[in-house]
Design a protein around this ligand. Structure first.
Ligand code: RAM
Length: 360
């Protein structure tokens, strides 16, 4: 193993942004500071694109948090795909999004149970590495989805959308709503969450553009993907910053709780709120004027792609190396990008015109 150096093509970006951000931009949406000697994600052997898809496999899903409706939808997508492919689905995981040691135990449990593959949404980029590497040593294929670990701690990462797109567009959405002026805050999930932290890095970078010179990011608060904590954090933000003009909450739990708070307060419609939410959670807040627009991908499609990636890995169709392609059923053909990243596609922006067309 060696520390990867940022490649020359990334030097320009590294010069103008933070190193972490540059590393991310150059590696898709993944934490890629440590790699194996092949320079790609943890992969072994040669891919055989014509290999038959294996049946009778067991794939364990380990979300950040089991009682989060976003993961319920995602994992249901995985379950349906595995059923269609003649394999077995199981789900284990902590009920809190800040229980990294719990996630480690669940990885170890799945390893002991000798599942064929696991799909993991990591609460923390590094904490699961030892356990995930042990799983891979035991021949288990490891896919991360939604929130990544380091590239050498898994075979592939199924990413919901480009982290850069998500971070920048959330700032753009809010800036338009507040007329490019005023104090804003971010209400995030857990402080260690790989996905939210990457998006926030891009939000901060987007805010450096002179067109946002009159916008000031005053605080990043953490609601830990807990409804009550997120509600209280929103309340606290408005107490601390009475002139706040807008909040970005890049978490389905956070944005729902913030909308609930704003909707019952004097700030309704005045303090703007955007971020990542499910249409079903947010419908009533869009209709009652608390929220104008927010975005997300289809979580069930993310879970489906994670399941199909896991089966393709176990079957030997792919190994996780850049450039390999595989057919993910009706979802079409996907190509593996740098550092083993497979991207689901572009997110959808929801507002009162289109929200009724979605049911998740
Ligand atoms: C929450 C979780 C998840 C994130 C979504 C947007 O449900 O933090 O990781 O992708 O929000």
């Amino acid at each position: 193993m060696r520390k990867a150096s940022i490649r020359r093509t990334c030097a320009a970006l590294a010069a103008v942004t933070s190193l972490a951000l540059a590393a991310t931009a150059c590696g898709g949406t993944t934490k890629n500071d440590v790699k194996n000697d092949s320079g790609s994600s943890a992969s072994a052997g040669k891919a055989d694109p014509n290999a038959e898809l294996k049946k009778g496999l067991t794939v364990g899903f380990l979300p950040k948090q089991v009682n989060n409706p976003y993961f319920t939808s995602a994992d249901k997508g995985g379950e349906a795909a595995l059923k269609e492919l003649g394999s077995t689905y199981k789900e284990v995981g902590p009920s809190s999004a800040t229980d990294t040691s719990g996630q480690v135990s669940y990885v170890n449990t799945l390893t002991q149970q000798q599942v064929d593959a696991m799909a993991v949404s990591a609460q923390d980029p590094g904490a699961l590495c030892t356990a995930l590497k042990q799983a891979m040593k035991n021949g288990i294929k490891v896919v991360t989805y939604d929130s990544d670990t380091k590239a050498d701690c898994r075979n592939a990462f199924v990413s919901q959308a480009s982290a850069e797109d998500l971070g920048r567009t959330e700032v753009q959405l809010l800036a338009e709503q507040i007329g490019y002026k005023g104090e804003i805050a971010i209400l995030s999930a857990a402080q260690t969450a790989t996905n939210q932290n990457l998006w926030i890095d891009y939000m901060k970078d987007e805010l450096k553009d002179p067109k946002y010179k009159d916008i000031k990011l005053v605080k990043v608060a953490y609601g830990n993907d807990d409804a009550q904590q997120s509600f209280q954090q929103t309340q606290g933000l408005l107490q601390e910053y009475p002139n706040l003009k807008g909040i970005i909450s890049p978490t389905t739990v956070g944005i729902k709780a913030a909308a609930q708070y704003l909707s019952g307060s004097k700030y309704k419609g005045k303090v703007k709120l955007t971020g990542l939410g499910t249409p079903n959670d947010m419908r009533k807040y869009v209709k009652n004027g608390t929220v104008e627009a927010f975005e997300l991908w289809d979580p069930a499609k993310l879970g489906e792609l994670a399941a199909r990636t896991a089966v393709a890995l176990v079957s030997g169709q792919i190994t996780g190396k850049e450039g390999e392609t595989f057919k993910a059923g009706d979802m079409g053909t996907f190509t593996i990008g740098k550092d083993g990243v497979i991207s689901l596609g572009k997110p959808t922006v929801f507002d009162k015109k289109n929200i009724d067309q979605f049911n998740f």
